[in-house]
Design a protein around this ligand. Structure first.
Ligand SMILES: Cc1ncc(COP(=O)(O)O)c(C=O)c1O
Length: 395
């Protein structure tokens, strides 16, 4: 079936956080929302059909998880990434973030240090700091427009005896880096040599562009599957975040048992009725939709890149190889972070994520979610162009 991603779905008032939390987030609802990471596209038809069928049953009692559920995840990973994992080492959770919180709390001690690579998904700070852990920042560095790992700094931080964990964003949000085999090998080898537990967040791993290939951390070096904890999900891939479900693949039974006990104690261990059927339909029948949505989003990236080059040369978009999130370098506007936020909201009337949530050492960046119909993006870029022109006139 051919999907129409140009269709504008009016999400206002339908409890979509992206739209209905604009006043809370930006102080106004007069902004085009291009922030939180979900798409403004309807999901794949087989997923909608599975949920409609479930809705029509009219009974949504406690939900069991058949073996076929994790098998669908495993088959998907094997087919797409060549990663064959044992489904008996797989655990369910409400989401990757709750999984990360539990992993940090269970497998590190208070005041231990955990390494992350800013600018990075802000929750990577929160999952650690709100649990009393210390964050070690291995800042990614920009070289000729490409974001790279500072391996010297990485190794130095990994060698700190208090460093117990590294949370890898694979691929990386917001820089859209698809890590190469060499980069993964180097990071993993340094961590293994220093007794640092690697946790790989692979939630964006199906959203890959420009001919790149995702490599699961568990496959990056021989034996990595026996050491790395990996978080995967279909929620970003198929735009199902509101259904709340993800999976964690553990390297051994002991870790899985400790993790499962934690969630049993909280009585949070069942899918809801809809995520149960939706995830399976997604991984079994959603690929056709995924291929089409990736091609559409890639067109959106080209549009933003061309538009900035032609009309807003002061703004430099980092076109990602993964995720649908564009990291905008706005430093040439000469605004500090507070001024930049205000400029985007009040002058450009755009609801973006401000870059300062992703890093504590950089300023002048914003993150733009490009998973929306092209018309919306056209309007957004025109608003941005007009606002930048006005700003330049005032200066
Ligand atoms: C890297 C990364 N991890 C996790 C999440 C959220 O995961 P979940 O909704 O499953 O908690 C996001 C959402 O944007 C993300 O970018």
């Amino acid at each position: 079936m051919i999907y129409n991603f140009d269709e504008i779905v009016d999400r206002r008032g339908n409890r979509a956080a992206k739209y209905d939390e604009r006043i809370k987030k930006f102080g106004t609802d007069d902004v085009i929302p291009l922030w939180i990471a979900d798409m403004d596209f309807k999901t794949a038809q087989p997923i909608i059909d599975a949920c409609v069928k479930k809705a029509q049953e009219g009974i949504w009692g406690y939900t069991s998880r058949p073996d076929s559920y994790f098998q669908a995840y495993a088959d998907w990973q094997e087919r797409r990434n060549g990663w064959k994992f044992d489904t008996s080492l797989c655990s369910w959770s409400l989401g990757v973030v709750p999984a990360l919180v539990a992993i940090v709390r269970l497998f590190t001690g208070e005041h231990d240090k955990i390494m992350i690579q800013p600018p990075v998904y802000p929750e990577f700070y929160d999952v650690n700091e709100l649990s009393g852990r210390r964050v070690l920042e291995n800042d990614l560095v920009e070289k000729d427009g490409k974001w790279e790992i500072d391996f010297e700094d990485f190794e130095e931080k990994a060698k700190d005896p208090l460093t117990k964990m590294f949370i890898l964003c694979n691929p990386h949000n917001p820089l859209g880096r698809v890590w190469t085999k060499e980069e993964l090998e180097k990071m993993l080898e340094i961590c293994f040599a220093n007794g640092v537990q690697v946790v790989s967040d692979e939630i964006h791993s199906d959203l890959i562009f420009h001919g790149k290939r995702h490599i699961p951390a568990a496959l990056a070096v021989p034996g990595a599957g026996d050491r790395v904890i990996t978080c995967i999900s279909g929620t970003k891939t198929f735009n199902l975040a509101g259904l709340q479900a993800s999976a964690t693949v553990f390297p051994n039974r002991e870790m899985k048992e400790i993790y499962d006990q934690y969630w049993f104690a909280l009585d949070i261990h069942r899918n809801n009725a809809f995520s149960s059927v939706a995830m399976e339909a997604a991984f079994r029948e959603g690929e056709e939709w995924l291929e089409q949505v990736l091609s559409y989003i890639s067109g959106n990236f080209d549009f933003v890149a061309d538009y900035c080059r032609q009309y807003i040369p002061e703004i430099h978009p980092n076109i990602p190889d993964a995720t649908y999130l564009i990291w905008l370098d706005c430093r040439e506007l000469g605004l500090d972070d507070e001024e930049l936020k205000e400029f985007m909201i009040k002058k450009a009337r755009l609801g973006l994520n401000s870059g300062d949530a992703f890093t504590r050492s950089l300023s002048g960046f914003m993150r733009l979610n490009a998973a929306c119909p092209r018309k919306v993006l056209e309007k957004a870029m025109k608003q941005l162009e007009d606002a930048v022109k006005q700003l330049k006139m005032q200066k």
